[in-house]
Design a protein around this ligand. Structure first.
Ligand SMILES: Nc1ncnc2c1ncn2[C@@H]1O[C@H](COP(=O)(O)OP(=O)(O)OP(=O)(O)O)[C@@H](O)[C@H]1O
Ligand SMILES: [Mg+2]
Length: 576
């Protein structure tokens, strides 16, 4: 784990090295001071040599200033290194998520990805900062202060050497019970983040259903649970901490007791006892620090594991991201015995699909909800990979294309589409960064969006709010179509993309599209038969299988499912 993390210190290595180096200098200064103090008392104060007190006093000030400087710079370097690690990890994580396939995106929840990007990285970066200092400082301090103490008085050192195992026992106890408690706490934070995220994305639905109270209660319950777990972890600390303090003070009292006796017997000088106590303080503090850093390590380890779980998710497309065929020759699509199931699912969502869609033709997919229409079209630009069989475009298997070229030339207007905050222009350029205003307006004209865009005084600079919230459903759909058109693809897929557009506008879009590029292969998923009657081929899907392929007239003749859909829609029309 540590080795894996080391590579993310890139660009901050200098700080990673400087922090512990300076730390060692600080510890050396810290360890010299008590001896100097003891000397001053023994040789200056007790004998009345005021000049020695002055001299040592000046030394002490110099060393203290040095310790302060070393400590300060080391802290600064540690902060730099910790933040650097955070920055690199955050960037790597974000980049990784961008390469995720739809399948990987199904695996990780959005809220959990956000927690990993923010909370987990924050914890790791903080612990890294601390670790660079304390993992060096505490053991180094412990060893040097112990040596100094033993040098002053070996017999007196026995006192705290006896106390050590007791403290170690206390620390081990804390670790054993504390670490699982902190883990649990982390998991609960994750859950509450997930809850908040889900509520906030669906807040409008919550309001429409008047479910605020219900949501509030659910949240309150989880919040309470979180507090309970946190208190549970803290309670342990509350018990352990005074226990450790008790031992610390007991050690100091014992040292004073025995040391006092030694002094009275004439075996020890007051200054030595004084510096001895200072060393005991340093030793005990470093033990506490070691315990603390171990606790924090285990917390950071949980976070690191969660970060690396994302970083190490294999992208199915690694090799085809950069290499492969980059030009789609034409818009012909072939499905050869394709089957597909979602990762983690037992059953197949699509089975034995065989299709030939000639270049430049218009094809419609129809079928009841859940019949896998969206699933089928997602396979064409490789949003998901087929499980069995093969899909080829323009005579080339889709696996052989560069993924970016494939997705540029096979453009899909997703069923659940979204706009990004910015302007209409920035959203359109998102489809094609090189698009000129003229091209954008042309695309808007084809998708029947020009009217409502250009009627606004700001025109293309009109503001788009997050998710396109300031546009109606039908407007959003038309903007999404325009954005996709700007990619100037060879194949265009509309997944229920005109469901919120009235029928005459829908027909206009169709006519304009044909005028714009007669060679464009179009796949249209529609609910209404009336809107696809005139296409070249209609594919009827039923529960993941093809039930029939033909023209409207042919299917009406011999496909039962198609007849049923048609009749129910005719009846609906008559009733309406
Ligand atoms: N990400 C996913 N993970 C697992 N199963 C999924 C996923 N998406 C869809 N499914 C399942 O695959 C099947 C087909 O879904 P799909 O979205 O393709 O249907 P559809 O025909 O597009 O329906 P609709 O007309 O409602 O859009 C459904 O049974 C659905 O539960
Ligand atoms: Mg669908």
């Amino acid at each position: 784990m540590l080795r894996k993390t080391a590579k993310y210190y890139k660009g901050f290595m200098l700080f990673v090295i400087l922090t512990p180096l300076l730390m060692i200098l600080e510890v050396i200064s810290d360890v010299i001071i008590p001896t100097l103090m003891g000397n001053t008392i023994n040789e200056g104060v007790l004998t009345g040599r005021i000049d020695l007190v002055y001299k040592n006093g000046i030394y002490m000030i110099i060393i203290a200033v040095l310790a302060f400087l070393f400590g300060g710079i080391s802290t600064y370097c540690g902060a730099k290194a910790g933040q650097g690690l955070g920055k690199n990890l955050r960037l790597a994580l974000f980049e990784k998520i961008q390469t995720f396939s739809f399948a990987s995106l199904d695996k990780f929840e959005v809220s959990s990805l956000i927690t990993r990007l923010t909370n987990d990285i924050e914890i790791v970066s903080n612990v890294a900062r601390m670790a660079l200092r304390i993992t060096i400082r505490a053991p180094f301090m412990f060893i040097s202060a112990t040596i100094m103490a033993i040098r002053i008085n070996t017999r007196l050192s026995m006192v705290f050497l006896i106390a050590l195992p007791v403290m170690m026992f206390g620390i081990m106890l804390t670790m054993k019970f504390g670490i699982p408690k902190f883990r649990k706490f982390q998991a609960k934070i994750d859950r509450i983040n997930a809850r908040t995220q889900e509520n906030l994305t669906g807040i409008r639905v919550v309001k429409a259903f008047c479910r605020e109270e219900f949501e509030k209660e659910k949240f309150a319950g989880q919040n309470q649970d979180l507090v309970k777990t946190a208190l549970d972890a803290l309670n342990l600390m509350i018990i352990i901490m005074p226990f450790m303090m008790l031992i610390m003070y007991a050690v100091i009292v014992a040292v004073l007791w025995f040391g006092g006796n030694f002094m009275l017997q004439g075996g020890m000088l007051a200054g030595d006892l004084f510096s001895f106590i200072l060393y005991v303080g340093q030793i005990l503090t470093s033990i506490m620090n070691i315990a603390m850093i171990l606790m924090n390590f285990s917390r950071a380890k949980a976070s690191l594991e969660r970060i690396f779980e994302v970083l190490e998710t294999e992208s199915e497309f690694v090799e085809s991201i950069k290499q492969g065929v980059s030009e789609v020759a034409n818009g012909e699509i072939n499905f050869n015995n394709v089957s597909f199931k979602y990762p983690g699912n037992q059953h197949f969502s699509l089975q034995n699909i065989n299709l030939n869609i000639p270049s430049g033709s218009t094809v419609a997919l129809i079928g009841s909800t859940g019949s896998a229409k969206s699933t089928l079209v997602h396979l064409i630009p490789r949003l998901y990979d087929v499980f069995e069989g093969e899909i080829s475009i323009g005579g080339v298997p889709i696996k052989d294309y560069r993924i970016a070229s494939l997705r540029d030339q096979v453009a899909i207007v997703l069923q659940e589409n979204t706009l990004f905050s910015g302007t209409i222009r920035s959203n359109m350029k998102w489809g094609n960064p090189q698009a000129s205003d003229q091209e954008i307006i042309r695309a808007l004209e084809i998708s029947q969006a020009a009217d409502f865009v250009l009627n606004r005084p700001e025109g293309l600079s009109a503001k788009v709010e997050r998710g396109g919230a300031n546009f109606s459903g039908g407007q959003k759909q038309r903007l999404c179509i325009a954005r996709t058109l700007l990619k100037n693809p060879k194949i265009m897929i509309f997944d229920d993309s005109t469901s919120a557009v009235d029928m005459s506008t829908e027909a206009k879009i169709r006519v304009e599209l044909n005028k714009f590029n007669p060679d464009l292969t179009k796949i249209i998923i529609a609910q209404r038969i009336s809107s696809i009657q005139n296409v070249d081929q209609i594919i009827v899907l039923d529960n993941g299988r093809i039930s029939g392929i033909g023209t409207h007239a042919e299917l009406l003749e011999d496909n039962r499912i198609y007849q049923e859909i048609y009749e129910s829609q005719q009846k609906g029309m008559a009733a309406g």
